[in-house]
Design a protein around this ligand. Structure first.
Ligand code: SF4
Ligand code: SF4
Length: 186
């Protein structure tokens, strides 16, 4: 027995209260509601506007390049070519239109800022809450237009309009009564 033990008595004197205190803490925390999800066994309940992956609606894309120019990470790659559309009426002029050859986003560079979606004037890009696309090879995070198009089916429908919101301008214009020709007003 060393000098300190002689002075303070046996060290296991305070052991029992310590164990009881530990057991009480364990019992208290064991009955609390858990805040963790057992992913991947339990899918997380994500809000519909979660930024998981970007989906492309190819039919709406005009290859205007606005999203690629505004992307702060320069991780959108677009290739297109012009195609001549013959005139549909006699004496009409042929038209030119852009045809999308490639549209890719490199998700290893993307910082999910959403600028590309905000600036697209033709509603061709959407957020999907889908996030399960981790890869073991970083090069596979480059999603081409087919893969980006495939995400469209995971895009949630837009939220319903607020019932007290003003009528959309397009609906108001469509519902406006036609103007009577001059001189026929009653
Ligand atoms: S979310 Fe931001 S970083 Fe990602 S592709 Fe769009 S603009 Fe670029
Ligand atoms: S801004 Fe929209 S329409 Fe223009 S290239 Fe990008 S996705 Fe296509």
């Amino acid at each position: 027995m060393n000098d300190e033990t002689k002075r303070n008595g046996p060290t296991n004197k305070g052991l029992l209260p310590g164990i009881l205190k530990g057991l009480a803490t364990t019992a208290k925390t064991a009955t609390r509601t858990t805040h963790t999800h057992e992913y991947p066994d339990v899918a997380p309940d994500l809000p519909p506007r979660s930024r998981g992956v970007i989906a492309l609606l190819e039919e709406n894309c005009t290859s205007c390049m606005l999203c690629a120019r505004e992307c702060p990470d320069w991780c959108i790659y677009i290739d297109s070519h012009k195609e001549t559309v013959p005139a549909t009426t006699e004496g009409g002029r042929d038209r030119q239109r852009n045809v999308l050859d490639n549209f890719s986003i490199d998700f290893s560079l993307c910082m999910y800022c959403g600028i590309c979606i905000e600036v697209c004037p033709f509603d061709a890009l959407f957020w999907s809450p889908q996030f399960e696309y981790a890869e073991t090879d970083i090069r596979d995070l480059l999603h081409d237009k087919e893969r980006l198009g495939g995400w469209m089916e995971t895009v949630p429908p837009p939220p319903a309009l607020d019932e007290r919101a003003a009528e959309p301008a397009e609906v108001a214009a469509a519902n406006k009564p036609a103007r009577m020709p001059r001189g026929r007003a009653t």
